[in-house]
Design a protein around this ligand. Structure first.
Ligand code: PEP
Length: 256
C-alpha cells in the first residue's frame, strides 16, 4: 500500500467537555454518520473517563471506537483521583491519549512521565496516542525537530520495536491548539516526515501519524492529503457532530 493509500484515522479529543444528555446526542450522531463512511476511515472519540460507561453503551456495535485523554503512571494504589489504564480497558476502550500539551503545560508532565504512561497504556492493551509538539517560541527559534524528536525519543527509548509499532503518534504544534491557527499542510507534512523517519529507525514506520491543531472541515482535506499525515486528532471541532463528521468525510475523500 503506498503512503497515499494508507487508511485514515480521525479521533476526537473532547477535553473537559460534555454532560450526559449532550454526550448521548453527539455520540448517536457520530455513530450514525460513521456508519456511512468507507472502511478506510477509522473514527474514534476520547472522552472524559467519567463518561466511559455511557460511551461504551452507546457506541458498542458501531464502527466508532473510544478512549480517554490520560492514564495514570501507576496500575493501582493510593493515588487519589487517578484513573489506571486497566480500569479504562474494563470499558472496552481502544485509545489513551498521553502527553497532550495541555497536560505537559498545566500538570507539569515531563517527557519521562509521558513515557511511563505510554508503557502503562500498552500493558493494559490500549493504543497510546502519544502527542508531541513545539511552542511558538521553539518554532521561531528553529528548534521544532529538536523538540518533537526529543519528546518522541523519550518514549521510544523505553519500548521494544514491537511495542513502538502499537503506538499512534499525534503531532500537535502547541501554537495551533485551540487557536484557530492551523499549521499549513507543508509545515505539518515536514514534521510528519521527520517523525516518520524517527519511527522507521525504530522499526515502526507504519505507526499512524495524526495531525492536531485547529483542524476544521475547511482545512482537513488539504492536511489529510499529505503523504505522511494519516489522519487527525480533533479538539474543538469534535464537539459538533456536523463538523466532526465533515472532517471524517474529508479523510474518506483521500483515503485508499
Ligand atoms: C487537541 O486538543 O488535541 C486539539 C487538536 O485541539 P483543537 O482541534 O481545538 O485545536
Amino acid at each position: 500500500m503506498s503512503k497515499q493509500q494508507r487508511a485514515k484515522l480521525v479521533v476526537g479529543n473532547w477535553k473537559m467537555h460534555g454532560r450526559l444528555a449532550a454526550n448521548a446526542t453527539l455520540l448517536r450522531a457520530i455513530a450514525q454518520g460513521a456508519g456511512e463512511l468507507p472502511a478506510a476511515v477509522r473514527v474514534g472519540v476520547c472522552v472524559p473517563s467519567l463518561y466511559l460507561a455511557q460511551t461504551q453503551s452507546l457506541l458498542e456495535g458501531s464502527p466508532v471506537v473510544w478512549g480517554v485523554q490520560d492514564v495514570s503512571a501507576f496500575t493501582h494504589g493510593a493515588y487519589t483521583g487517578e484513573v489506571a489504564a486497566p480500569m479504562v480497558s474494563d470499558f472496552g476502550a481502544m485509545f489513551a491519549i498521553v502527553g497532550h500539551s495541555e497536560r505537559r503545560a498545566y500538570h507539569r508532565e515531563s517527557a519521562e512521565l509521558v513515557a511511563v504512561k505510554t508503557q502503562r497504556a500498552l500493558e493494559a492493551g490500549l493504543t497510546p496516542i502519544v502527542c508531541v509538539g513545539e511552542t511558538l517560541e521553539e518554532r521561531e527559534a528553529g528548534s521544532t525537530e529538536q523538540v518533537v524528536g526529543a519528546q518522541l525519543d523519550e518514549v521510544l527509548e523505553k519500548l521494544s520495536a514491537e511495542e513502538a509499532a502499537r503506538l499512534v503518534v499525534a503531532y500537535e504544534p502547541v501554537w495551533a491548539i485551540g487557536t484557530g491557527k492551523s499549521a499549513t499542510s507543508e509545515q505539518a507534512q515536514a514534521v510528519h516526515a521527520f517523525l516518520r523517519a524517527r519511527l522507521a529507525a525504530k522499526g515502526a514506520a507504519d505507526v499512524p501519524l495524526l495531525y492536531g491543531g485547529s483542524v476544521k472541515p475547511d482545512n482537513a482535506e488539504e492536511l489529510f492529503r499529505q503523504p505522511d499525515i494519516d489522519g487527525g486528532l480533533i479538539g474543538g471541532a469534535s464537539l459538533k457532530d456536523r463538523d466532526f463528521l465533515a472532517i471524517c468525510k474529508a479523510a474518506a475523500s483521500v483515503a485508499g
